[in-house]
Write a protein that binds this ligand. Structure first.
Ligand code: 5AD
Length: 350
């Protein structure tokens, strides 16, 4: 490693901020030596703030209908080969009950942008979960909605909202999304969510088509400025029924480096080792934790629907990924000295 790079690393660790040029230089380097060094530092920061605790979130993928047509996503509306499903309020509640007994204290309701779940229905679902599980956190991941809708769902008892910004660069955003979709609106949704009081999560895919290191540096600068409580990142994984079917996947190495940088920038961040990371490498999630991640989101959706929520090819739906495999997941975490805890795992300052 050259001295300029070493200075940047010291600055990142000490001041938690870098300039765009410094981020680009780090991302361009991405040597084994750099990755190992940053992973050790990031893991130490994670241990310092969260000890060996790993938070789990029960992911309920309640609908794979989506009005959007994102070029990278397998549940895009133009994908006619996909069989679509929706879970009823009762089915969602039953996932929560199963999850609660397994030890989950956060439920993540994620779905495509599906107008069937209008404000009235969604508010009813959220307030019923809130009544039945007063000690649990409710996280929503429903895409772009109106400010009024976000407010209503917050009042009904939702605590957190995940909305990946996908890319901080408006021109790159246009290359990933059809003309009707607006980068500006997405960014404004994120600001609204935060202002309402949600613990807010943004995020992006690593190695998405047309992405450059400059774009990734812009994503990091955006995160530096926005200060989200959570950041979801995972490698881009191509899906056979999308216009990007021939694009190459993001790499494990790039994702791990970015996880470490994010932990060093933001020691208290809730940072999941995502399913996509586990999909591109059998040890992806363990490596993610060792690089600074502190959250895992096993699937609580009914097993018959898990394959249908196909954002990308070969999504892992193995036992360990599924909530029933929690015991195995615990063993895997123990093998790297980590403990899965029964805890809401809120953002520290909340
Ligand atoms: N590869 C990886 N991640 C994807 N997502 C959607 N499609 C893909 C893909 N092909 C991510 C997006 C979205 C989140 C729910 O899943 O970042 O915000």
């Amino acid at each position: 490693m050259n001295t300029t790079l070493k200075t940047s690393i010291d600055k990142l660790i000490g001041h938690k901020l870098l300039s765009k040029e410094e981020f680009v230089a780090l991302l361009n380097e991405n040597s084994e030596e750099l990755r190992t060094f940053l992973a050790r530092e990031a893991f130490a920061v994670k241990q310092q703030h969260f000890s060996n605790q790993i938070y789990i979130r029960g992911l309920i993928e309640f609908s794979n209908y989506c009005k959007n047509d994102c070029y990278y996503c397998g549940i895009r509306c133009s994908n006619r080969t996909l069989s679509r499903y929706r879970l009823s309020k009762e089915q969602i509640l039953s996932c929560c009950h199963q999850g609660y007994h397994l030890g989950f204290r956060t439920f993540v309701l994620q779905g495509g942008e599906d107008a069937y779940y209008d404000d009235t229905y969604m508010t009813d679902i959220v307030s019923t979960i809130r009544q039945q599980f007063p000690d649990c956190a409710i996280t929503l991941s429903l895409g772009e909605r109106t400010k009024e809708s976000y407010e209503q769902l917050f009042k009904a008892g939702a605590n957190r909202y995940l909305l990946r910004h996908e890319t901080a660069d408006a021109i790159h955003y246009k290359k990933l999304h059809p003309p009707g979709m607006s980068h500006e609106n997405r960014m404004s949704c994120l600001r609204e969510l935060k202002a309402i009081g949600y613990q807010t999560g943004c995020g992006f895919m690593v190695g998405s088509p047309y992405q450059t290191k400059e774009h990734l540096a812009q994503d990091l600068l955006y995160i530096q400025d926005f200060k989200p409580e959570m950041v979801g990142i995972g490698p881009y994984v191509s899906h056979k029924d999308t216009p990007f079917k021939n694009e190459k996947n993001g790499t494990l190495e790039d994702t791990l480096l970015l996880l470490s940088i994010l932990r060093l920038m933001h020691p208290m961040l809730l940072l999941p080792a995502t399913t996509a990371l586990g999909t591109i490498s059998p040890e992806g999630r363990e490596l993610g934790i060792l690089a600074g991640a502190n959250v895992i989101m096993p699937n609580l959706s009914p097993s018959e629907n898990r394959n249908q929520y196909s954002l990308y090819d070969n999504k892992i739906c193995t036992d360990e990924e599924a909530a029933e495999g929690l015991h195995n997941l615990k063993l895997r975490m123990q093998s790297i000295g980590q403990d899965i805890v029964i805890d809401r795992g809120d953002a520290p300052h909340i």
